[in-house]
Design a protein around this ligand. Sequence first.
Ligand SMILES: Nc1ncnc2c1ncn2[C@@H]1O[C@H](COP(=O)(O)OP(=O)(O)OP(=O)(O)O)[C@@H](O)[C@H]1O
Length: 215
Amino acid sequence: MTKTEGLALDGITIRLGGRRLIALDAQVGRGEVLTVMGPSGSGKSTLLAYIGGFLDPAFEAEGSVRIDGSDLTGLAAEDRHAGILFQDPLLFPHLDVAGNIAIAIPQHSGSRRDRRRMAEAALADAGLEGFGDADPDTLSGGQKARVALQRVLMSRPRLLLLDEPFSKLDAHLREQTRQMLFATARQAGLPVVLVTHDEADAAAANGRVHRVGDS
Ligand SMILES: Nc1ncnc2c1ncn2[C@@H]1O[C@H](COP(=O)(O)OP(=O)(O)OP(=O)(O)O)[C@@H](O)[C@H]1O
């Protein structure tokens, strides 16, 4: 197999109780977005779980997941280095905003103070300068989504898996947040797999759309 930049999904098939949910072959270049759409229960989140290495054993699945030519298929989730964002940003309520980012920075990256500074810098990059000491509950949904993205980037992911990360935001914030997210992924050169119900998300992602459960 030749080395391909980005994410390569080859011959992915996922079945549940003999019923085929997913059949997919796709290349997602660095900074590109593959959007996965389909009705509720069609297997979208299941596909992300397969790529991320946390698929429930109730499913039967095959096919290879490669990043920049290296095969992740047999690896445990923690060795795949996938950054994952769900519908709810789930910030820790007992930590302030910078603490929520700093917690994802490996300890060997520096002293506690250094890691705090890195978190503050990430907040500034996300347009949230000065929010470091704030209680996460005081942030808007869009601000929480930005913090969750910065946190996930601190773990230096090789790809991003997004499971309806904009669905709880109102239209304006949704537009803003997805632009920020896609721009960040492009800048970081990360391939993205986005699950959504929203055609506008797919249009903004400006990449290939894979529809499941429509046949
Ligand atoms: N752990 C599990 N064990 C057995 N069946 C499961 C499990 N998780 C999900 N399912 C079933 O697998 C199918 C696909 O679920 P999945 O969550 O991937 O759908 P989805 O397209 O992401 O739906 P939604 O849009 O509602 O999030 C559904 O029929 C669901 O009930």
